[in-house]
Design a binder for this molecule. Sequence first.
Ligand code: SAH
Length: 403
Amino acid sequence: MTGSAASARPQVRPRAEGWTQRTNSEGRPLLQFKQPRVKQPPTHLADLTLAERQEKVKELGLPGFRAKQLSTHYFVHHTSDPEQMTDLPQSGRAELVEQMLPPLLTEVRRFSTDSGDTIKFLWRLFDGALVESVLMRYPGRITLCVSSQAGCGMNCPFCATGQNGLTRNMSTAEIVEQVVRANQAIADGELGGRRGDRDPSAPAERVSNIVFMGMGEPLANYKRVISSVRRMVDPAPEGLGMSARNITVSTVGLVPAINKLADEGIPVTFALSLHAPDDELRDELIPVNSRWKADEAIDAAYNYYRTTGRRVSIEYALIKDMNDHAWRADLLAKKLNARGRGWVHVNPIPLNPTPGSIWTSSEPDVTAEFVRRLNDAGVPTTLRDTRGKEIDGACGQLAAEEV
Ligand code: SAH
């Protein structure tokens, strides 16, 4: 695999820098698919379908329609505050809200950058676990990057989240609550950049796009992630009434789960974190490649496209002299084109260095060459804009530490 261009450029091997990658008994990077046995948070309205909420309200001795009222408060008005729920009888209101809308996320800190256009939230969960979400305003859309697990068990050496392993899966409602709290912040005018000349009769702004690119491997927490997606797309007041197309599920490549996702019947956007087209490098860069090889992951992505008709994304963090060689761009294009045309686009992103790491992002000319080669080969490729670096809020930098 060494062309003349390749031999001119060095090949850096992935190595954990400034921290020790946990290994299994065979000395391979440890993979944690199952969470340790831990207590789950209290059941919240967002964990349940509307019918289940009605059941629960009845069990509490109240008429079923209260479930709909509570759901409207939560999903439409983004509130869990009994004081604001004046359509509910005063007597017993606080208790009802406590049962149905227990507090799930406590804001620990907030970091803001890009003149207020990017906000990173640090949340504490009921058991003290810390997670983060990142809210970003772009022209024409507001995107929230959500976490699906506290920590991550996938142990990728270039990502800050995996360095301490998996703490636990987040519950459906803990995932959804990140969106509701972001909507609350937007409604309170806390996200910058709102145009002053907006039509006052225009609907209130809220999160329009979700990316499961925060902490955790979403497909390792499959059931809860899928229910959270259902809550996001269910029409109000059952859910948030968002469009599935605006929700992106990103994975390291858990092949059976990708195939299952394709059959769910929810047309979410699918993204595969490939980062290397060759197994030799991907084995080291994405430890789960020991289970499912690059070709199997690409096949599963292609199957996602075939089953859903949705064009998929390939994510590729460009790391200097590690995975940014021209021959790798060519090999990637070859592998994608071998499956067909028009089914995929590649979304390279310059690496965001994690604390202690000596790896750096690719040089601009190398990056441009990588993108050009893919485009020339007929694979639509666009460099991903990176946001929130100054607040450690960019892709792969979420470590949720209290500082
Ligand atoms: N576990 C999922 C989702 C979380 S990470 C996944 O791996 O896809 C979201 C994206 O950020 C992934 O593509 C991931 O590979 C990428 N990423 C991780 N660390 C990064 C870093 N240091 N710089 C740039 N992107 C990074």
